[in-house]
Design a protein around this ligand. Structure first.
Ligand code: CO8
Length: 374
């Protein structure tokens, strides 16, 4: 079996609430001022570090972020809590993350002109799953009444592109006919809202994509997948240590070390050249150059990273039409960023136009798909 594989639909579901930089900074600064007042004598004798203040203009300039969506706002800005208050759901209720996934899946199915009954495999792929088992994907499969199989994948920021590659290979090999890939990025529970360096980075969102064989595709906007490419290289620069072993370790389960933390400067310096080389190599492998690309749907972690990567390859700044940015509205949504950019900015492409979807982040992990409008 060696059939042409297409990306035939995509969807983005936005959670109901937003938090602006100003709201976030007001909350963080109030928390820090209270901490500093409560610990004034220890700060004065040097035994406790003073908490620095955050700034909304810094956040926008350093990252391009103006606001983020959040699933449950209650609690996140409360300086007595500093984390969203997510209600516990019973085992017989749809889990939060499966609900995220189903919401985006329905939009992508409609976009691809597909019924759930056309799908025979579900991949839920994201930075975290809210439990280890049963797989969120199998819950999504049941909720949408899909026959076939499902599995979950965790590849941090590259969870979406790596899952699309698995879907591509499954359709290519004939082990599935139509694959639903969903990225329910419920990031807010892992954000340390007390950490100035990272409190602003993440937002919640859910994205979904349909991958199928060309002969079953009836979508108005579809893309031949010309090739996929993945690379990983171990780094501790982006890390979260929370996991099932935390139960057995004699340490505070929710200490900052167990939440998202990073060396942002280090990531910036190391990942930009890696991502630029990855895209160049991938384009070479499928017979294209950076100048041939109509659109770059890049990972959305930092606007300056995206500008640097495209400039390295084009020798000039990419225009906003060439490399769209969604960070201002969504912030960093882990693996979903490049899929949001694709979903919002692809319907103007004409037959024969070529683009690249590329993610880069924790692991390190870099994943890409070169696609051509049919
Ligand atoms: N307000 C005011 N000042 C600040 C703030 C703030 N909020 N934060 C830092 N500063 C200060 C610093 O202390 C520093 O001060 P000084 O010069 O006195 O030391 C100054 O501002 C400059 O700081 P930086 O050098 O850190 O600033 P940068 O310009 O590098 O910007 C960024 C910081 C935005 C973090 C930037 O480095 C960046 O975006 N790097 C790339 C990071 C990246 O891509 N990370 C990927 C993370 S996502 C991922 O991999 C998925 C993980 C899984 C999902 C997790 C879900 C929770």
């Amino acid at each position: 079996m060696n059939q042409s594989v297409v990306l035939s639909g995509a969807g983005v579901w936005n959670p109901p609430h937003t938090i602006t930089n100003e709201e976030l900074v007001d909350s963080y600064n109030a928390y820090s001022a209270k901490f500093n007042a409560d610990n004034a004598s220890a700060i004065a004798d040097g035994s406790v570090a003073e908490m620095p203040m955050s700034s909304a203009p810094f956040i926008q300039k350093a990252s391009g972020i103006k606001q983020r969506y959040i699933y449950i706002k209650d609690g996140a800005l409360d300086i007595e809590r500093m984390r969203p208050r997510i209600p516990k759901r019973a085992d017989d209720e749809l889990s939060h993350q499966a609900e995220f996934a189903v919401n985006a899946a329905k939009i992508a199915l409609e976009d691809a002109n597909k019924e759930a009954s056309d799908v025979d495999a579900v991949i839920v792929s994201c930075a975290y799953t809210e439990r280890a088992y049963p797989a969120i994907s199998i819950e999504v499969q049941q909720a949408l009444e899909i026959e076939g199989f499902g599995f979950d994948m965790l590849v941090a920021c590259s969870a979406a592109t790596f899952a699309l590659q698995r879907a591509y290979e499954m359709v290519k090999a004939g082990t599935a006919k139509c694959v639903l890939v969903v990225n329910p990025e419920l990031t807010s529970p892992q954000v340390n809202y007390k950490d100035r360096d990272s409190h602003f980075i993440f937002g919640d969102v859910s994205t979904a994509v349909i991958i199928e064989g060309a002969e079953t595709c009836t979508s108005e906007h579809s893309y031949d997948i010309l090739g996929t490419k993945a690379v990983t290289q171990f780094s501790n620069n982006i890390r979260s240590n929370f996991g099932y072993v935390s139960h057995a370790i004699d340490d505070e389960v929710f200490n900052p070390d167990n939440l998202f933390h990073q060396n942002g400067r280090g990531v910036f310096k190391e990942v930009c050249p890696m991502a630029a080389k990855h895209i160049e190599d991938h384009l070479n492998e499928v017979g294209y150059t950076p100048e041939d690309l109509t659109r770059w749907w890049l990972h959305q972690a930092n606007i300056n990273m995206n500008l640097l990567i495209s400039k390295r390859l084009l020798g000039r700044d990419a225009t906003i039409e060439e490399a769209p940015i969604v960070l201002d509205e969504y912030a960093n949504t882990a693996s979903a960023g490049s899929i949001i950019a694709f979903t919002k900015y692809h319907k103007d492409l004409v037959s024969g136009n070529v683009g690249v979807i590329c993610s880069f982040g924790a692991g390190y992990s870099i994943g890409s798909l070169v696609i051509k409008k049919r």
